[in-house]
Design a protein around this ligand. Structure first.
Ligand code: PLP
Ligand code: COI
Length: 351
């Protein structure tokens, strides 16, 4: 495909150290369409827009899934991506769960690597706390009016340099227990990374913000007894030398959380995934949110507005020692400073 001259973002206008978690236009994105049982060759586009059929199932019936990954610029000048295969697999599960065509591993990988390479100048420098966020997106792009799977799908990967999801960075945040809205139901789509869950979460987010908090803490939607997750991140707690994280049928299986379980084991913690009763909150030594965007975010306070209560952690205003150790190890692997014994990272080769 012939590329026309592109509009160049003046790089000197980008203050890498204060980047929010937001969208910034980059140079290129990559796209492919599934029709008649096969994916087309990847195309490179310099447009932020695309024509979409007015009756696309992705628009009407939420036949849509996305992923979130990052590319990290190391101190050694190498660019790494983290556990991409897990994102590819999760997107395949999301596709299966919403009856969409699956993106094969190789195509997913090719698209992600290409999108990173084509936007190299947007990869935030080492030491700024920012990274290049990678957003793979899959949706039903064929027109239908009945509620049924589309016959055509579009897969796009675009990128955007971002700072930390929580503006506090690696500093304690406040969250609020929300009981009057649910992001997902136990046998619904909560374990899939589909857009509808995020639309459903907007009410909880608005409520948390009204309470002066960064994010909602969702409870299981059936009994409102157990901890589900924190906005767009999984929940973990530390108690008695144990890393505890929620087991639930309605949360997203976080790749960061999965990695932290291994890292916690490595530093001698016991690890357990189990239902976490809300009444346990007062017994935890440390509490945190984890995810690609959230990285590890320590929780300083959990407000329970319905019971006029609040739980406090990080009493000295600083992250707890276990969260700190896990953070340093995880981020160290992602930026190539800590040995990657599990081979989680892939170095992107730039010619
Ligand atoms: N939970 C939700 C609802 C999310 O949106 C995310 C972000 O992807 C996570 C948890 C964390 O998952 P991961 O660590 O794979 O980014
Ligand atoms: C991520 O952590 O990658 C996410 O997808 C969070 C996003 C919904 C903001």
């Amino acid at each position: 495909m012939l590329l026309k001259t592109i509009e160049i973002e003046p790089m000197e206008n980008i203050n890498w150290g204060t980047l929010p978690f937001g969208y910034l236009k980059t140079d290129f994105n990559v796209r492919t369409v599934y029709k008649n049982g096969q994916w087309s060759k990847l195309e490179v586009s310099d447009s932020e827009f695309m024509p979409v059929h007015i009756s696309a199932t992705g628009l009407h019936y939420g036949q849509e899934a996305f992923e979130g990954m990052k590319a990290y610029m190391g101190k050694d000048g190498k660019v790494r991506i983290f556990r991409w295969i897990e994102n590819a697999k999760r997107m395949q599960r999301s596709a299966k769960g919403t009856f969409m065509a699956e993106v094969p591993d190789e195509l997913f990988h090719e698209a992600v690597v290409k999108a990173v390479k084509l936007n190299k100048r947007f990869i935030p420098p080492y030491g700024t706390g920012a990274a290049l966020y990678i957003r793979p997106l899959l949706f039903g792009s064929g027109g239908e009016i009945g509620v049924k799977p589309s016959s055509e799908y579009t897969f796009i990967v675009f990128v955007s340099p971002v700072g930390p999801y929580f503006k506090e960075g690696f500093n304690p945040v406040k969250i609020a227990i929300v009981r009057d809205s649910d992001r997902a139901a136990p046998q619904g789509t909560g374990t899939l990374k589909v857009g509808g869950n995020y639309a459903a979460s907007l009410r909880g987010i608005a409520k948390a913000h009204d309470l002066g908090c960064s994010s909602p803490l969702y409870l299981d939607s059936k009994e409102k007894k157990y901890i589900d997750e924190i906005g767009a991140a999984n929940f973990f707690a530390i108690k008695d030398n144990t890393y505890i994280t929620s087991k639930s049928e309605s949360i997203l299986p976080s790749i960061t959380n999965m990695s932290l379980i291994d890292l916690a084991n490595d530093i001698g913690l016991k690890t357990i995934r189990r239902p976490i009763d809300i009444n346990e909150l007062e017994t935890f030594e440390e509490v945190g949110a984890c995810g690609t965007a959230a990285i590890i975010t320590p929780i300083g306070e959990i407000k329970d507005p319905d019971n006029n209560k609040s739980y406090n952690y990080c009493k000295n205003g600083k992250p707890g020692p276990v969260s700190l150790k896990l953070y340093e190890t995880l981020v160290g692997i992602q930026y190539g400073e800590v040995a990657d014994k599990y081979n989680w990272t892939e170095v992107i080769e730039f010619e």
